[in-house]
Design a protein around this ligand. Structure first.
Ligand code: FES
Length: 568
């Protein structure tokens, strides 16, 4: 056996006439596979993140069966295996904290198993990037099937999408929702399997999977339980056999042009700010660094055209009817590299060429866009030398986009919860709320808590939005004038950790700037904030030692493709 065979498994052992072949085939026969089945080629792994602890991915079991039938219809042998699964609402301290662990699980299982290619089944926010990161590192032919959005229920006679949850929680906090209404809400928020049903992080990542050439074009928006989703799963099973035969590898799919395509489509969709972190991490697995200034440039000259919730007005089903992700790609086609390969082996030129021109109000003409500012704004400055991001899609108060005010600083969640609703809190609608200590190492794992609530006293007076700044992330389903991912984070010595309540901060979206006004002398006088406490053992220790800042995707340094060269 060669060293290569020892370190990277393929299916050749199933066809070996000696001891290895006998053992491989015999052990599968024990599972009930037939004499003919264990001789099929290619052997395809189905890597499933199904879990009862991850309701968004709970529909993946049925899809796995359809993928298997697709593989078998094309002559292959499909073998399903589990990976860990990360649920956005359930996982603590944050889902991002475990994303890299899941990516390692996926990578090692793909690398070490006797499979020629893999179909990734993922859905909830972190399972999609984690699976893609692992697959890029393993570098075997890969297709992804995402879970699709869950149904949109009716509440009080109106469609209720997941972004409607946040105003409901806010109303409850202010005492405006009765116990009976609160109890009724529980049974109406989530009425089926599948991912969040707006352009949050999960659907944003599903669109990215399409643009990078992993998921079949037009697959992101098909409902979780639909005939179309079933067809996509079956077709993906058939497609992976072709992808293996063509030896189309992830290292060829993830390149500067496809990463740019993916992010431009995210901007056109009004997608989640989390996309920047995950795209940077996926790129890093192939030794590519995008950089916050490049993201800023792409965001600046890409129009926001998809008028869908949470930033816009329409439902995902409207966008699906209008042609889905390919229709949005067609609308901004002049900014894309159309020679990029789609998951079905065609080019994106072919994909957008097949989009029927259907007039639908939920996709704006690219020359007008839905906002002169685009949907995502990357800012830099003395408060965020390595970048921070603001989702401008859906921000309701233009005055806050160029705003200077006094900071009210909260050190972590306990401090926030203890003081935010204090009637004597020294804030008004022009104050800037700062929440820090919740970055990738500080929290750890950048929990989605950057959506700082409006202080109850101000909310009761009718204040709906304030400028808020954090080194945390925010749910892709939330909106507001909130600057996130401030890099470096407070716990890594960033200026955010030195700011005190009363200091002035300015956000200037026109000039993409986020600044404080402290002198060098004052900064030196105050000194650096204390770093986060170091975990003493286990995965926490690993995370603390090796997680990179958001501008490197919060990946572990040793998982990047260029780690051996000493970068970054
Ligand atoms: Fe899983 Fe939103 S919580 S996709």
């Amino acid at each position: 056996m060669s060293q290569h065979q020892l370190t990277r498994a393929g299916s050749s052992n199933f066809r070996d006439s000696g001891q290895d072949g006998l053992i491989h085939r015999a052990f599968l026969r024990g599972e009930g596979f037939t004499h003919a089945e264990v001789r099929r080629w290619p052997v395809i792994g189905i890597c499933s993140s199904w879990s009862e602890l991850n309701p968004c991915n709970a529909g993946l079991q049925e899809l796995a069966e359809l993928v298997k039938r697709g593989v078998e219809s094309s002559g292959g042998l499909a073998l399903e295996f589990p990976t860990i699964s990360i649920s956005e609402p359930f996982t603590r301290p944050s889902s991002l904290y475990l994303r890299n662990l899941m990516s390692m699980d996926v990578e090692e299982m793909i690398s070490s198993s006797p499979i020629d290619g893999v179909v990734l089944l993922a859905g909830c926010d972190k399972t999609v990037p984690a699976a893609l990161m692992g697959a890029v590192s393993a570098n075997k032919p890969t297709i992804m099937v995402t879970a699709g959005p869950r149904p949109v229920p009716c509440h009080n006679g109106l469609p209720m999408t997941i972004d409607d949850l946040w105003p409901a929680c806010e109303a409850r906090r202010l005492g405006r929702v009765s116990d009976a209404e609160w109890d009724a809400l529980e049974g109406q928020i989530n009425t089926g399997v599948g991912t969040c049903n707006v352009m949050g992080t999960a659907i944003t990542m599903a669109a990215i999977a399409e643009l990078l050439g992993f998921a079949l074009p037009g697959s992101a928006l098909a409902p979780a339980t639909s005939e179309k989703r079933n067809e996509i799963a079956h077709a993906s099973g058939a497609q992976i056999v072709e992808t293996v035969k063509a030896n189309r590898l992830p290292e060829g799919l993830v390149n500067p042009a496809t990463l740019e395509n993916a992010f431009r489509v995210v901007c056109a969709l009004g997608g989640s700010t989390n996309a920047m972190i995950h795209l940077e991490a996926i790129a890093g697995r192939n030794s590519i660094t995008i950089g916050s200034h490049v993201f800023a440039r792409w965001a600046d000259d890409t129009p926001w055209v998809a008028d869908v919730k949470p930033g816009g007005r329409y439902l995902l089903s409207d966008l699906e009817e209008a042609g889905g992700v390919p229709a949005v790609a067609k609308r901004i086609a002049d900014t894309l590299t159309l020679s990029a390969v789609a998951a079905d082996g065609s080019s994106w030129r072919d994909v957008v060429g097949k989009v029927e021109s259907r007039l639908h109000n939920c996709i704006a003409p690219s020359e007008r866009g839905l906002s002169t500012r685009g949907s995502i704004c990357v800012v830099h400055g003395s408060l965020a030398p390595r970048g921070a991001v603001l989702k401008t899609a859906g921000t309701s108060e233009p005055r806050l986009l160029h705003h200077r005010g006094r900071a009210m600083v909260f050190d972590g969640l306990n401090d926030l919860h203890a003081r935010i609703d204090d009637p004597d809190l020294d804030v008004d609608e022009n104050s800037i709320l700062v929440l820090r200590g919740l970055g990738v190492t500080g929290a750890p794992g950048m929990p989605e808590v950057g959506h700082i609530p409006i202080p109850a006293r101000l909310a009761r007076e009718g204040v709906r939005d304030m400028l808020r700044i954090s080194d945390a992330r925010m749910s892709g389903t939330a909106t507001g004038t909130i600057v996130l991912h401030v890099t470096p984070e407070a716990a890594a010595g960033g200026a955010l950790g030195i700011i005190q309540s009363g200091d002035e901060i300015e956000l200037d979206v026109t000039h993409r700037a986020l600044n404080h006004f402290l002198s060098v002398q004052e900064l030196a006088r105050r000194g650096a904030t204390a770093p986060a406490a170091t975990a003493v053992r286990g995965y926490g220790w690993l995370h603390q030692k090796h997680a990179l800042q958001p501008d490197f995707g919060c990946d572990f340094d040793f998982l990047r493709g260029d780690f051996a060269t000493g970068a970054p």
